[in-house]
Every structure is written in structure tokens, then in C-alpha cells.
Design a protein around this ligand. Structure first.
Ligand SMILES: [Zn+2]
Length: 62
């Protein structure tokens, strides 16, 4: 039972979360995530990566 729970968490880290599109302006694009602001590509689907990039992009634009 506990091993199934662990696998689920690992699986979610590798799947693009649609919430990231409106939260961080990243879209799923050919098994990668693409920033809609500067078209930067991210291969690892970790929320930390999107969050950090989004916060950096805000400083650049403003
Ligand atoms: Zn960007």
C-alpha cells in the first residue's frame, strides 16, 4: 500500500500540471514545458523550476 502511494507522487512529478499554465505561463509542448513569455524550454516538470523562472521573468519585464 505504501509503495503505491510513493509511486503516485513520483508519477505526478513527471506529468505536466495544467495549473502551471495560468500560474507560471508555461505550456506543455512536445513533452516539454515552454514559457509563453520568453519561449524558454524546460524538460524537467518540477514546479520549483517554473516558479523560479516566472519570478525571474517578472523582474525582467518590469
Ligand atoms: Zn520565460
Amino acid at each position: 500500500m505504501s509503495s503505491a502511494k510513493k509511486r503516485k507522487v513520483d508519477h505526478e512529478c513527471r506529468v505536466f500540471n495544467d495549473n502551471w499554465t495560468w500560474k507560471y505561463f508555461y505550456a506543455n509542448f512536445n513533452d516539454r514545458a515552454m514559457c509563453l513569455i520568453c519561449r524558454d524550454m524546460v524538460a524537467v516538470f518540477k514546479e520549483f523550476n517554473f516558479k523560479r523562472h516566472f519570478q525571474t521573468a517578472i523582474f525582467v519585464v518590469t
